[in-house]
Every structure is written in C-alpha cells, then in structure tokens.
Design a protein. Structure first.
Ligand code: CAA
Length: 286
C-alpha cells in the first residue's frame, strides 16, 4: 500500500491546525499554509496551545512536543507544496475559496499522482475535483473537532475518484493517524453532519421560540442523553459561522426545511458572536 510521507495542510484554523498536529505527531513531515503571516501566527499559537493541553493531560512529553514542532513548517506560499504527496485542504467552508486552493494546488504539485483531499463538511467534493486536471486523485477526508481527540474520519470518494486512491487515504487515516474510517457518498453532510445539523439547528429554533434557556437546552441533552456537551455549546465549539455555512450548503443541496438555518443563527454570526473562538456565542467564554 502506498505511504504518504510529505503532507501539506492548507488552512490553520480550528480544523487545519488539528489535522496538521495529528499528522506531525504521527511522525510525518508537514507543511502548513495560511493566507498571510498574521493568520499563520494565530494558527501556530492554536496548534501549540493544543500540544500544551496534550502535555498537561500526560499524553505528550516535552520531547514529543519539541519533535512534533520540528516536523512542522509554516508558509504563506502554496508554491512550497511542490514536493507534497498528500495535501489536505481545510480553508473556510466556502466553495469559491476551496476551488481556488484546488486549482492552485493542482498546478503546484510536481508529482502528477499526488493526492488532493478536502476536509469540507458539506461542499460536493466533485465540484472541487472538477477544477483540477487530476479528478481521479481528489477525495474527501473529513475530520471532527477537536481533531486530536475525535476518533472518526469520513472518507468520501466522488464518481471520479480512483478506488485505490480512496483506499490509500483510508489506510493512511487508520494506520498512520490511528483514526477509525467510515465511508460515505459525495452528498452534502455525508453521514455525521446529515444527522447532526438538523439536531443543532433544531436547538437554535427551540431557543429562538423561547421553549427553554440555552443552559437548560444544553443541560437537557447532557444530563438526559449523556451527550458530552449540549447542542448550543457544541455549536459554539464548531463555530457559528462554520455551522451556518454547513447548514446553507445542505439546504441548497436538499431544499429540506430541516437544514434551513434559523434567523437567530444568522443574526448571531452577523453580530460576531460566533462561539468559543470569539469568546461568545450561545454561551460566554473567558
Ligand atoms: N486539543 C488537544 N486535546 C484536547 C483538545 C484540543 N483542542 N480539547 C480537548 N482535548 C483533550 C484534553 O486534553 C483531555 O485530555 P485528557 O483526558 O488526557 O486530559 C480530553 O480531550 C478531554 O478534554 P477536557 O477534559 O478538557 O474536556 P471534556 O472532557 O469536557 O471534553 C470535548 C471536551 C473533547 C470537546 C468533549 O466535550 C466532546 O467530545 N464534545 C463533543 C465534540 C463533538 O461532537 N465534536 C464533533 C463536532 S462536529 C464536527 O467537528 C464536524 C463538522 O463538520 C462540523
């Protein structure tokens, strides 16, 4: 089975920094890209904070932390990805932004057999494959937040993905990164978000219609159903802006009211209350 050794990650936000961290901890040489020096510095700090958390929990030694950081290189130039054999795109959940990255990567990657994967939750992978000259080497690989903690990866081949490429990427996620893989068809939301998003937007509608407070809605699902966190706190973790984009893509794909973003979600995003990363969302964070 083909081994991917030189990995690239485009985007060092919540998901990209987690993916880069997990790859570097697995012993891989990783290059991470962000659009400018400021975004790179923020992404690097996020990654270091997550490593520090691993150290506090006893899962990582001082030496392991230093080793992981040594395997990571940061750049704002996608030209530095020329020698990569697998690149995982994790930029904002917008089709135009992702398509631009795919177009550029396709031109930059020297190896015609290098694989380009997207961490999108809801944008059809085939739309991204179609802007490249290597659609057989494009696949979805969807991680979950926080990436170092959640064990699942969804692997999504399109109608154009070569079967062996999907198998190679699935083997990489399982054997190299230690994740568990499930496979899904190229439909917005795949498996997890197709089930999760209607639940999350229902919680926002419940709050909007005044059925219960945010605290009580969350306590209901934590204490009543043993979920690790309630739906509104989970939205804060995902980021309300990201959740809004996902719900919009899913609504666009299926035209089902159960995916339609509620007005309150739009208003909170407009107000900048996008969750934990902003210090406030449905809850307030120190
Ligand atoms: N980086 C590294 N490690 C982290 C971490 C991070 N960002 N966040 C938490 N951890 C580790 C902690 O270090 C801790 O490790 P130890 O047990 O070794 O101490 C462990 O995870 C548990 O963390 P905490 O004790 O701080 O907190 P917790 O027990 O309340 O768990 C949680 C926090 C892991 C976030 C948990 O509440 C949880 O799993 N929540 C559900 C998250 C979820 O559903 N994610 C999926 C979202 S959907 C998605 O991502 C896909 C999409 O497309 C939108």
């Amino acid at each position: 089975m083909r081994e991917f050794r030189r990995v690239g990650v485009v985007g060092c936000g919540l998901m990209g920094s987690g993916i880069a961290q997990v790859c570097a901890r697995a012993g891989l040489d990783v290059v991470v890209a962000e659009r400018d020096a400021e975004a790179l510095a923020a992404g690097r700090s996020r990654l270091v904070a997550s490593l520090d958390r691993g150290m506090r929990g006893g899962k990582l030694t001082e030496e392991g932390r230093a080793e992981t950081l040594r395997r990571l290189a940061f750049t704002s130039d996608l030209g530095d990805f020329a020698d990569r054999d697998l690149v995982i795109e994790a930029v904002a959940e917008r089709r135009d932004a992702k398509a631009l990255v795919f177009e550029r990567l396709d031109r930059v990657l020297a190896d015609g057999d290098a694989v380009i994967a997207s961490n999108t939750s809801s944008i059809p992978i085939v739309d991204l494959a179609a802007v490249t000259a290597r659609p057989q080497n494009v696949v979805g690989v969807h991680f979950f937040n926080p990436v170092p903690v959640q064990r699942l990866v969804e692997v999504i081949p399109t109608q154009l993905t070569a079967p062996e490429i999907a198998d190679q990427v699935a083997a990489f996620a399982e054997r190299r990164l230690g994740k568990t893989v499930i496979r899904a068809k190229d439909r917005a939301g795949f498996v997890v978000n197709a089930l999760l998003v209607p639940y999350l937007v229902s919680a926002v509608r419940m709050l909007e219609s005044g059925v219960a407070s945010a605290e009580d809605i969350d306590a209901g699902m934590v204490l009543g159903c043993a979920h690790p966190m309630g739906p509104l706190r989970l939205l804060d973790l995902i980021g309300l802006d990201t959740a809004l984009s996902i719900a919009e893509s899913m609504y666009e794909e299926f035209k089902e009211p159960l995916y339609a973003p509620p007005p309150l979600l739009r208003r909170m995003v407009a107000a900048g209350a996008v969750g934990r990363k902003a210090g406030r969302g449905f809850h307030v964070y120190a």
